[in-house]
Design a protein around this ligand. Structure first.
Ligand SMILES: C[S@@+](CC[C@H](N)C(=O)[O-])C[C@H]1O[C@@H](n2cnc3c(N)ncnc32)[C@H](O)[C@@H]1O
Length: 238
C-alpha cells in the first residue's frame, strides 16, 4: 500500500464510531498504551514549539477529539489554542476537561476547515490522519490554513521498525488490545478498527511523501517507541 492508492475510512462511520466510544476513549487510550500516549503528545507539543517558537500567534489542533493534545499545547505554548473535531460527543468531553485552559472549541470537518487561508502559525493533528476519508485533502487543508513559514506536526501510529519488539507488539495490538477494548468499551468493532486501520495506513516514508505532495516543505519524521508511533512535521512555503 502506497500513499497514492490509499483511501481512508468512511467519514460518517468514523464520526459515529467515536461518538459511541467517547465516554471511554480517554480511559482506554491511557490504559491500553500504559500511558505512553501522554508522552507522545508531550513530544508533539514540544516539536511544534521547537518549530514555531514559544509564542506563535495561534495554533490549531485538528481532529482534537477529547482534547489531550490541545491541553499539552496550551501547557507548552503561550498562545491561543483552537481545538477542532467533527464529533460532537468527543468535543463535549474535551470541553469538560479544558477547565482553566482557555482553549477555543470549533466543531468542524478536517476535510473542509472553516478557517481562512493563512490564519494559523501552527497546526497539529494526533491520531487523526489515519481516520480521515481523504488524508491527502486533510493535509492540504492543514497547509492551506498555515501562514507562510507556519509549522505542522502530525502524530500517528506507524510501523514498528525493531524486529523482535515489533513481533511482540503485533501480538498485543492484534489480539490483546481488541479484546480489552471490547470488554471495557462494549464496542468490539471500534477496537478491531484500531489495529485494522493502523495496518492499512501507509508507513512513515509514505506519510512523508504524502506531506510533500501536499506541498509541505522542510519535512521530516521521527519514530517514537520503536516506530509504534511517529511524529511527522513540515512547513508551509514562505
Ligand atoms: C483517534 S481520535 C484522536 C483524538 C485526539 N487527537 C487524541 O490525540 O486522542 C480521532 C479523532 O479524529 C476525528 N475525526 C476523524 N475524521 C475527522 C474529520 N473528517 N473531521 C474532523 N474530525 C475527524 C474523530 O472524530 C476523532 O475525534
Amino acid at each position: 500500500m502506497t500513499e497514492r492508492d490509499y483511501s481512508g475510512p468512511d467519514s460518517r462511520r468514523v464520526q459515529q464510531m467515536f461518538a459511541g466510544i467517547a465516554h471511554r476513549y480517554d480511559f482506554l487510550n491511557h490504559f491500553l498504551s500504559l500511558s505512553v500516549d501522554r508522552r507522545w503528545r508531550k513530544l508533539a507539543a514540544r516539536k511544534i514549539r521547537d518549530l514555531a517558537g514559544m509564542s506563535p500567534a495561534a495554533c490549531l489542533d485538528v481532529c482534537s477529539g477529547t482534547g489531550d493534545l490541545a491541553i499539552a499545547l496550551d501547557r507548552s505554548l503561550q498562545t491561543q489554542i483552537v481545538a477542532s473535531d467533527f464529533c460532537h460527543p468527543m468535543l463535549t468531553r474535551a470541553n469538560g476537561k479544558f477547565g482553566r485552559h482557555a482553549i477555543r472549541v470549533v466543531e468542524a470537518d478536517a476535510l473542509d476547515l472553516p478557517f481562512p487561508n493563512m490564519s494559523f502559525d501552527a497546526v497539529t493533528m494526533a491520531f487523526g490522519v489515519r481516520n480521515l476519508q481523504d488524508p491527502f485533502r486533510g493535509l492540504c487543508e492543514m497547509r492551506r490554513i498555515l501562514k507562510p513559514g507556519g509549522a505542522a506536526v502530525i502524530l500517528e501510529f506507524s510501523k514498528p521498525v525493531v524486529p523482535v519488539f515489533s513481533q511482540i507488539f503485533e501480538v498485543y495490538f492484534r489480539t490483546i488490545l481488541p479484546f480489552l477494548g471490547k470488554m471495557i468499551s462494549g464496542d468490539a468493532a471500534a477496537y478491531q478498527y484500531l489495529p485494522d486501520s493502523v495496518r492499512r495506513f501507509p508507513d512513515q516514508e509514505h506519510l512523508l511523501q504524502l506531506m510533500r505532495r501536499a506541498e509541505f516543505l522542510d519535512t521530516g519524521y521521527k519514530n517514537l517507541s520503536g516506530g509504534i508511533a511517529a511524529l511527522h512535521w513540515g512547513r508551509a512555503a514562505t
